[in-house]
Structure formats: structure tokens, C-alpha cells
Design a protein around this ligand. Structure first.
Ligand code: GLC
Length: 729
């Protein structure tokens, strides 16, 4: 539909029709039962159901086609309904959780994954996804860190833009693509005390330099939507925050798309103590520029009256409605309300999608320890022990449209590689300690003691039989994601006890950790000969892990987030400030900024990961020792594979602004490149440093660079490398 026709449509709509285009209701309202969203139906009045502009949480080609047919017929202007869904890391073929995708340090792979997700979701009638989650997170206590790509603004920026490009493609009318939604704007990952939905207190420079960067970069790729976050930012709920939504998002970032609230967030401004009632909340959300009210009922109950009484101008309403109509038009819904729906099979998992998932899994795994080259495995007898050894629940709590039955477990993958007589499997213990709380309620196992002693006895027998034991341990999938903040980030006691008992068998131990967040791994590390983070790897988890264990692929994942010695260090991030009393590297801590009982830094730092081969960084250098703000400097290094296996390495460029009008981090990631090298091969890797990369929020409250000395590292993690120096003049 062309612009004129859209405007004519808008002018012909009643005020009620316009208001309802800004209302999103749960998909269960269109369902015979609430089995899809778990939300009881019958929450909204019939006129709302008839006129709501969009719905969420349902999928299925036949189901959505039927709903759309009925809806269009009944709508006075036959405007199509928009279907939205959380396709966060997979629709049918489930990829590693986003934190695992961050660990790939491979935006191209992540873009391909987003393309595949869009294709599968669109074939099921979905028009828009609530992804990428671009929230920066430094706090392992916050369970939604699983949905992020970690603690660094540059890595998050690359991943969020890759996802927007992958979901949306070049033209949203192409029904293999779906609309993207950058969320949760803003700074949701900075929740005080790591407690979900909590207030965030951030200086403007920290907000701008770290937390806003990935949103702003992703918005340059024209995502159809941005979603407001639940939290308040410096005392003002994001959903009613004009500074965030008008000044920064619309004016500075130039975002022209649809601003949608998070579920119920408009109404939650009452709980925040920012709005009197639903009418006041609707007014404040409209004034902040929120176009769609997701499921709070404030717009459907109060917005028409706000317009009729002049509290909200018709112009403000029209602008919001036009953004929603434009989004439907960009999707081609007026011409084809059934775009993408595959009426035959709907999306199916293919060899191609499985292979992409399998490669992404392998690239996401982070090898943290490999004493005496325990890995890759050789032809021996192996016992796979632990609650994750043969567990199909390898997808996160945000992959509900995927089906666990399609998941390949570690044990299933092992059986494809090893002879039956050379492998054994045993769960060894229950996943959790008795009556542990998860996002899905308290986990209670009848006869828990008896069950665990039976499992333990079986596991010990398997360990005594084996040459090497592969322990498959970690956090339950339902202990990360929304509303899963925790003050303890250790693996369950029942699993640690199992590991200690198995250790007594005196065999080599490879420990695989499945998790959606950084965990405390001090004891696990001591008890393991090899240690690898597997995140929540999804449908092809077993295959991807086996490809690494057998050496078919060399591990190349790097940590997208710091793993602490203890939760007491949280929030923890590598790009910390020097302070006036920096602790010397491995030096005495007296009267310096340090702890009496712990290191300052991480047990395993951001950007860290091992390979089966070794890489030498030779002759890191800068093309000049000074540059003006119109020049550039090239930082380069020769990387050589000095081992006997092919491998990939992520070359990381870090920069430090040594003296400036506002203190700057001890180092910050400025760029990275992942390369693959055969044994003995070498490659020169170079990065261009320009003035724009050196900008920050100065003491004069401006986004500028400042002349002076800079240090540069070209290296293999946030903790190594030799510093090079240049001056910006
Ligand atoms: C949830 C989440 C958000 C999600 C939305 C729709 O509460 O905060 O990430 O996209 O509701 O399901």
C-alpha cells in the first residue's frame, strides 16, 4: 500500500479503531484454550479482541491462518492482525542460547542463525520476533544474562546488528524474513543487586558508553521495533521515560519504528509509583512515545477517553497508529496477510538447519582447562556421567516453540561415534538439590535420597570401568531466563558431591558445564582435567559437543562474560577502572583497591578460551606512534598456528585512553577478528584505529575523543598481550 493510501486508511478509521491498533493481547485470546501462552483467555473484551492491532505468543501455520481469516473478515477496515513471538534462539531448530552465540565471537554465524530462525518462524505465520536482546550484563546473579551476548558493548553491538540483519534481510516483504525488535531498552541488565525488574542507577556516561551502545548500533540497521524495559532508570520507569524514549531513542538514535512496551510494563508504572492508575499510566506511556501497549490493558481501557478529552492529541495518536500501519505495510500484510505461511508441513527441521546449529554449537563451546592434553578424546573406554549426560532439555526457557524431542543428547551423539562396548552412561544424580526453586516452581523428587544413592552407585561403577569420565553437569535450564535471579551461582551440591565421589575412582575427568550464566567453578576446576562451558546448546547440542570432544573441530569459543571466583565479586567486568590505588598485577594488595580474601579479576576473564592447538602472536605493531583526528593507525600482528591441529582464534584489539577528562577503563575491546589456521600456517591480522573509536562521554558531557596517550593490545583475551603506545594529537 502506498503512503497516500495508508494515510487515507488512517483518516477513515474511528478513534476506537485507531486506539486498538496500539493494543497487543495474548494469543490465547484467539485460542480455544490457553495451552499456548499459559495465560487464561477471556482477559479482554470482545471489541478489543476484534480490533487489537497485534497479538503474541502463538504460532502454527494452520492455526494462525484461521485466526487471520476470521479477524480480517470482522475488522471494519479489514486491517490484518500482526503475529509476534519470542524467537530468541530458535523456532524449530534451536541454536545455542544467545550467551553461547556471543561466545562464538562470529557475527556472520549469528546472522546466518537469525536468517534460519526467521525462515522457520515465518513459515509458521510469525511476522515479528522480540529479538535481539541487546542488554549489556555484568552480573551473573541476573538470570537473563543467558539471553544476552554478555558484558561487552562492542561484542553486543556486533551480535545485535547481525541478528537484526539476519531476521529482517534487505526487504521485509520477503516472506523468509520477519521484523526484529531490539530489547529491552534500556539498561535492563544493570538491575540493582542482579535482581530482575529492579531499578537501575547509572551515570549518564556509563549509560552512554556501555549500556546504550548495542541498542544504538542495532538501530542503525532499522529494526521494525524497540521494546521498553521493565526497570526504572535513575528513578524513572523506562516505559514512561521521555529522556530515554524521546531525546535519546528518537532524536539522537533516529529510531523511526514502532516502540512497544514489555509485557504489562505500561500498567506496572503504577507499581513503580510513577502513575496513579491505568489512565495515568496510558497517558505517561503515550507521552514517552510508546506505540504498542503489550497486554497491560491501559491503552484499551483509557486511551480513547484520553483522546476524546484532549489529554492526548489526535495528532499524537495518529503518529503512533501510522507507525504500526507502516510496520504492517513493510511486512506486506495488506497485500498478503498470510505471508510466509506454509500450509503444508509448516517449518521442518532440515539437515541444513541442523548442520548450521551443529557448527554454531561447536563454535560456542569454551575450553577453560585441558591439563596434559586430556582432550581431544582418544579411543578408550568412556563413562558419560551426570544429569546432562543423556538429557534432551538442552534448550533454554526462551525456546518454547522448539521441541525437546528433536534434541540430540551428549549420549546419543557418543553412540554415533563409539562402539557400544566402549561407552557407558549414568545420570549419577538428580539435576538439583531437593526442593530447589526454579522459574517453573519448586523441583521436588520423591524418594530423593534413595534415588540419588542408587544413581551414585551406578555412576561409581561406570567410572571404575572407564578410562576417562566425561562429567555432564550444570545449572538447570529453568534456572536462567526471566525471573531467575540467584544469590548462589554454584553448581548444585548434589552434582558437586557426585563429582567428588567420581574423582575417587582415580580416572581422567572431563567436565562439561551446561549453564545460562557464569558459575563459580573453583572446586570443579580442581577436580577436572579438562573443563568446557557448553552453555544451553539447543537442538544439536550433543553433536556439536561430540565434534569438539573427538577433535573433529578444535574449540574456538571465547568467554563473552567474566567467570568470577565468587558471587561476592558481582557485578564483575573486565573493563573496570584503574582507581587511585590500582593493585599491581599479582602484587601485594595492602592499601590498594582489592579484597583481603579474593582476587580483583575473574577466575576466567572475558575473551578467554583455549584451543587444541597453540597460536603465537608475533611482532604486534602500530603503523605510527601518533595520529591526528583525521588520520588512522593500523594495528597488526602475525598470528601463527604452532600446534599440530587446525584451529580458529579470535584476535582481540583492546585500547586504553590513559589520561582523560573522565576516568577510563584499564582496557576496552575495540575490535575483534576470528581466523582459522592450519598447523604451521600464519596470517597477518590488522585493525584500523580511527578517532571515532576513541570517543567517550567527556566531563563536558560531549561524545568526543581527547588528545593524549593511548595503549593498545592485540591479543587472545582481555588479560594478555603486550601494550603498544600511540598519541592522539
Ligand atoms: C517478557 C519478556 C520479554 C518478552 C515479552 C513477550 O516478559 O520480558 O523479553 O519478549 O515478555 O513474551
Amino acid at each position: 500500500m502506498d503512503k497516500k493510501a495508508l494515510e487515507a486508511l488512517l483518516n477513515d478509521m474511528s478513534t476506537e479503531e485507531k486506539v486498538m491498533q496500539l493494543v497487543q493481547i495474548p494469543g490465547s485470546e484467539y485460542e480455544a484454550s490457553a495451552e499456548i501462552t499459559g495465560i487464561e483467555r477471556g482477559q479482554v473484551k470482545d471489541n478489543v479482541k476484534k480490533l487489537a492491532g497485534s497479538t503474541l505468543g502463538i504460532w502454527g501455520s494452520k492455526r494462525l491462518r484461521k485466526i487471520q481469516e476470521q479477524y480480517i473478515k470482522e475488522h471494519p477496515h479489514h486491517i490484518p492482525l500482526m503475529f509476534m513471538l519470542d524467537v530468541i534462539h530458535g523456532h524449530k531448530t534451536v541454536l545455542p542460547c544467545p550467551l553461547g552465540q556471543g561466545a562464538t565471537f562470529d557475527p556472520d554465524a549469528v546472522k546466518k542463525g537469525a536468517e534460519m530462525q526467521a525462515q522457520e518462524a515465518s513459515a509458521d505465520g510469525v511476522h515479528a520476533t522480540f529479538s535481539p536482546m541487546a542488554d549489556l550484563c555484568r552480573d551473573a546473579r541476573w538470570g537473563r544474562i543467558m539471553e544476552s551476548t554478555g558484558e561487552d558493548k562492542i561484542l553486543n553491538s556486533r551480535m545485535a546488528t547481525a541478528m537484526v540483519e539476519g531476521y529482517q534481510g534487505d526487504d521485509l516483504k520477503d516472506s523468509d524474513h520477519i521484523a526484529a525488535c531490539v530489547k529491552h531498552y534500556a539498561a535492563y541488565g544493570a538491575a540493582e543487586a542482579g535482581r530482575d525488574y529492579n531499578n537501575t542507577e547509572l551515570s549518564e556516561h556509563t549509560l552512554r558508553e556501555h549500556y546504550l551502545r548495542a541498542y544504538s548500533e542495532a538501530i542503525k540497521k532499522d529494526p521494525s521495533m524497540v521494546m521498553t524495559s521493565f526497570n526504572s532508570v535513575n528513578g524513572i520507569p523506562a516505559t514512561g521515560n521521555k529522556f530515554l524514549m524521546k531525546k535519546i531513542l528518537r532524536e539522537e538514535f533516529g529510531f523511526k519504528g514502532v516502540l512497544i512496551s514489555d509485557w504489562g510494563a505500561v500498567g506496572e508504572m503504577i507499581n513503580h509509583g510513577f502513575a496513579e492508575d491505568q489512565r495515568d499510566a496510558a497517558l505517561k506511556a503515550m507521552q514517552a512515545g510508546v506505540d504498542i501497549d503489550m497486554c497491560s490493558g491501559c491503552y484499551s481501557s483509557s486511551l480513547e477517553d484520553l483522546v476524546n478529552t484532549g489529554a492526548v492529541s489526535m495528532q499524537m495518536l495518529d503518529e503512533a497508529v501510522l507507525r504500526v500501519l507502516n510496520m504492517k505495510n513493510d511486512l506486506g500484510l495488506f497485500e498478503d496477510p498470510y505471508r510466509g505461511i506454509d500450509m503444508d508441513a509448516g517449518p521442518v527441521i532440515t539437515d541444513e538447519s541442523r548442520n548450521l546449529a551443529r557448527e554454531t554449537v561447536a563454535a560456542s563451546l569454551v575450553l577453560l582447562e585441558n591439563k596434559d592434553k586430556t582432550l581431544p578424546l582418544r579411543k578408550e573406554k568412556y563413562a558419560f556421567i551426570g544429569p546432562y549426560a543423556d538429557n534432551k532439555k538442552l534448550q533454554s526457557s526462551w525456546a518454547f516453540s522448539g521441541d525437546d524431542k528433536n534434541t540430540v543428547t551428549v549420549w546419543e551423539a557418543a553412540k554415533e561415534v563409539y562402539e557400544p562396548e566402549s561407552i557407558k552412561v549414568s545420570a549419577g544424580c538428580t539435576m538439583l538439590d531437593q526442593d530447589t526453586m526454579t522459574a517453573r516452581g519448586k523441583r521436588h523428587v520423591d524418594n530423593w535420597e534413595e534415588e540419588n544413592s542408587k544413581l551414585m552407585a551406578e555412576a561409581i561403577k561406570a567410572a571404575e570401568w572407564a578410562d576417562t569420565v566425561i562429567m555432564c553437569l550444570g545449572e538447570d535450564f529453568a534456572q536462567s531466563g526471566e525471573a531467575t535471579s540467584k544469590v548462589s551461582i554454584e553448581i548444585p551440591n548434589v552434582q558437586l558431591n557426585l563429582l567428588k565421589e567420581i574423582k575417587k575412582a582415580g580416572k581422567k575427568i572431563v567436565t562439561l558445564i551446561f549453564t545460562g550464566r557464569p558459575l563459580e567453578l573453583n572446586e570443579v576446576r580442581e577436580l577436572s582435567d579438562a573443563l568446557m562451558i557448553c552453555w544451553l546448546p539447543g537442538t544439536e547440542g550433543g553433536h556439536g559437543i561430540m565434534d569438539i570432544l573427538t577433535g573433529k573441530v578444535s574449540p574456538s569459543g571465547r568467554l563473552p562474560v567474566s567467570f568470577p571466583y565468587t558471587v561476592g565479586q558481582e557485578p564483575l567486568h573486565y573493563d573496570m577502572y584503574p582507581t587511585g590505588r590500582p593493585r599491581p598485577e599479582n602484587g601485594p594488595s595492602a592499601f590498594t583497591s582489592s579484597y583481603l580474601d579474593c582476587e580483583n579479576g575473574a577466575l576466567y576473564p572475558f575473551g578467554y578460551g583455549l584451543s587444541y592447538t597453540s597460536f603465537e602472536f608475533i611482532n604486534p605493531k602500530l603503523s605510527a606512534q601518533k595520529m591526528s583526528d583525521t588520520e588512522t593507525i593500523t594495528a597488526s600482528v602475525i598470528v601463527r598456528n604452532i600446534g599440530d591441529m587446525k584451529g580458529s582464534v579470535t584476535v582481540q584489539l583492546y585500547i586504553r585512553d590513559v589520561t582523560s577528562s573522565r576516568v577510563r577503563p584499564i582496557r576496552e575491546l575495540a575490535d575483534f577478528k576470528k581466523i582459522s589456521l592450519d598447523p604451521g600456517a600464519e596470517e597477518e591480522v590488522s585493525f584500523v584505529i580511527n578517532e571515532e573509536m576513541l570517543r567517550f562521554w567527556t566531563a563536558e558531557e560531549k561524545w568526543e575523543s581527547e588528545a593524549g596517550k593511548f595503549l593498545v593490545w592485540i591479543c587472545n583475551s582481555s588479560r594478555d598481550g603486550q601494550a603498544l603506545e600511540f598519541r592522539l594529537i
